[in-house]
Design a protein around this ligand. Structure first.
Ligand SMILES: *Cc1c(COP(=O)(O)O)cnc(C)c1O
Length: 385
């Protein structure tokens, strides 16, 4: 085994892999190389920010590839830049893609608002079982797209089955791995081709970075890279540097958030002001067994339905510490109402068909002390009575 492969633990990878060595001064952090102009004579690699080939971009990709267990990776200016570039790199006019019905709203919007203009056909599945995907495959199907755990109901799709179905039909498979992170779910090792991340979420983790990433084989990465040079959604070196710094503590943050989430899921499932709870770690969750099989943990997002007697808006406004804010995965706990935010544009009927009630709250668990979170939760509930 080469020395490079000796250290494989995710905590070690987060801390050490993909650092730009400071040859000049021996500093212990990566120097920032914001340059847009590099020597070219006798140099093989064409370094340029839009080519995602500057030192900071290149080395950060190595950290992500090591975490996902892929040959290669690449970073982007946002999760959507990573997703749109990857999809368009593999789909041409006349092709068809099968997508899970409850994927991230931005991805769904990309497909519904733009694909027709490029002559790309698509079908959304009815459910999330393997049959639902199988029945949508047609002659010109080229790709399959999943997101598990999904937002906001944390539905679990069987990754190995999707990979198998995809291989049997010669499709390219995509997964949005944002909710799980490679710390607890490595889809490429389960047979999925392209792994997508919104690094705006756990990778950044402090609600102050917008970035995205893909992880794949070198061959697939090159196909995406070739289009990315035309599209130009690259990540600034300053942000790449900040993201590397953030990712050094990714595992510490995430595992702490997950530990808190397990405790809070147990607490919430006993709380009589809550009618329903969605957390893949609970044996009552529909996808619990598959999650146990394909994940090394259950993540740090919990969704729950408040009792009908409680007005969700009053509840959210009554919180003193937990922020009722958009997005998720920061070190601070946040809550939001999907009906009022991510799923606002759907009709109430469509929302209900997806299982999203007006009383549903999505809870992104932070790193605070659990008793303080419980205290805040209870005092807010009391103000609603
Ligand atoms: C936020 C998010 C995205 C989009 O990422 P951006 O960085 O906002 O472009 C994609 N997928 C999931 C699951 C997300 O939560």
């Amino acid at each position: 085994m080469s020395k490079k492969n000796k250290f494989k633990g995710v905590n070690t990878i987060c801390t050490h892999v993909g650092q730009v060595k400071d040859e000049q001064f021996g500093g212990s952090v990566s120097p920032i190389y914001p340059g847009t102009s590099y020597e070219y004579i006798d140099i093989e690699l064409d370094r340029y920010p839009r080519y995602s080939s500057t030192p900071n971009q290149e080395f950060l990709s190595k950290k992500i590839a090591a975490l996902e267990g892929t040959e290669d990776a690449m970073i982007f200016g946002s999760g959507m830049a990573a997703i749109s570039t990857s999809l368009l790199a593999f789909l041409s006019s006349g092709d068809h893609i099968v997508l899970q019905n409850d994927i991230y709203g931005g991805t769904r919007n990309l497909v519904e608002a733009q694909f027709k203009r490029y002559g790309i056909e698509y079908s959304f599945t009815e459910g999330i079982d393997i049959k639902s995907f199988e029945e949508k495959i047609q002659k010109n199907t080229k790709a399959i797209y999943i997101e598990t755990p999904s937002n906001p109901l944390l539905k679990i799709v069987d990754i190995k089955q999707i990979a198998k179905l995809s291989k049997a039909n010669g499709l390219i498979s995509f997964i949005d791995n944002t909710f799980a992170t490679p710390l607890i779910q490595k889809p490429h090792e389960l047979g999925i081709d392209i792994v997508l991340q919104s690094a705006t979420k756990y990778f950044g983790g402090h609600s102050d970075i917008c970035a995205g990433a893909i992880a794949a084989s070198s061959e697939h990465r090159e196909i995406i890279w070739n289009l990315s040079k035309n599209i130009g959604g690259s990540l600034s070196d300053y942000t790449a540097w900040l993201l590397e710094r953030s990712m050094k503590t990714l595992s510490v943050r995430f595992f702490r958030q997950q530990k808190n989430a397990v405790e809070l899921a147990n607490y919430l499932s006993k709380c009589d002001m809550i009618d329903k709870i969605y957390y893949p770690g609970l044996p009552s969750h529909k996808g619990h067994d598959i999650a146990k099989d394909q994940m090394d943990g259950f993540g740090a997002v919990i969704s729950f339905e408040l009792n009908k007697k409680i007005d969700p808006e009053t509840f959210l406004k009554s919180l003193e510490m937990i922020n009722p804010s958009m997005s998720f995965a920061g070190v601070e706990s946040t809550m939001l109402s999907p009906a009022e935010t991510s799923h606002y544009l759907l009709t109430p009927e469509d929302r209900l068909a997806q299982g999203i009630t007006d009383n549903l709250i999505r809870f992104s668990v932070g790193i605070e002390d659990v008793p303080d979170v419980v205290y805040d939760f209870e005092q807010a509930l009391n103000k609603c009575k």
